[in-house]
Design a protein around this ligand. Structure first.
Ligand code: G6P
Ligand code: MG
Length: 219
């Protein structure tokens, strides 16, 4: 494996929690029941698509203007959480893994559906690790479509079959698999069963496993 691609929300930083809180806030306002289990469907999915799913859950159909207003409201709520972010919100042992790869000159990319990805990376001080960032401002086809990861591989100059993807979302694992990449789920194995490997978090990823990935021949 020669290229490493990381999702952002729920992999590098715990913003998946803030997305959930912001959607939950809107759902409560609209009287739509919304649980953390429901939120699994929102992970890796564009803001617009998340709102469509929420309204489908509530059986609501609204005019375009109202839709746009709620999109804005959710994002403002989310931004109020991330405005306070700093390096303390990097998930455990992520820097160790990034450092391991940087020391070996392995190119890394960020592949996220979020339009807020760049400012978050800057805020937590990890931007310099990534040779390229592919985010929700560029991607047209959302995960589970492989577009985001294929663009990242292309910019790294690495063949898709020689890329590893770290993902916390079901849709993200499906996207990595569709791209023909080696998929690593970060989270619950019951949710991420389609991944090639699943770890609860980065504390479970030992240097030996990282070495193994670098030696691994294509799938
Ligand atoms: C990530 C998250 C999703 C979120 C999406 C868009 O993929 O996992 O839950 O909806 O980004 O984020 P944005 O910051 O653009 O609203
Ligand atoms: Mg994610």
């Amino acid at each position: 494996m020669k290229g490493f691609i990381f999702d952002l929300d729920g992999v590098i930083v715990d913003t998946a929690r803030y997305h959930y809180l912001a959607w939950k806030h809107l759902a409560d306002q609209l009287g739509i029941p919304f649980t953390e289990a429901d939120n699994e469907r929102f992970k890796g999915v564009s803001r617009r698509r998340c709102l469509e799913i929420l309204l489908e859950m509530g059986g609501l159909q609204v005019p375009g203007e109202q839709f746009e207003a709620w999109l804005l409201e959710k994002n403002e709520d989310y931004l109020s959480y991330i405005s306070k972010m700093d390096a303390s919100e990097i998930l455990p042992e992520v820097p160790r893994v990034l450092e391991f790869l940087r020391e070996r000159d392995v190119p890394m990319a960020l592949g996220s559906a979020s339009k807020n990805a760049r400012p978050i990376l800057e805020k937590v001080g990890l931007a310099s690790y990534f040779r390229t960032v592919v985010d929700g401002n560029e991607v047209v086809k959302a995960k589970p479509d492989p577009q985001v990861f294929l663009m990242a591989a292309d910019r790294l100059g690495v063949a898709p079959a020689e890329c590893v993807v770290f993902e916390d979302a079901q849709a993200g694992i499906a996207a990595a698999n569709a791209a023909g990449m080696y998929s690593i789920g970060i989270g619950d194995a019951a949710v991420l069963g389609e991944a090639d490997r699943v770890f609860r978090d980065f504390t479970e990823i030992r240097p030996g496993f990282m070495e193994h990935l670098l030696q691994l021949e294509i799938k």
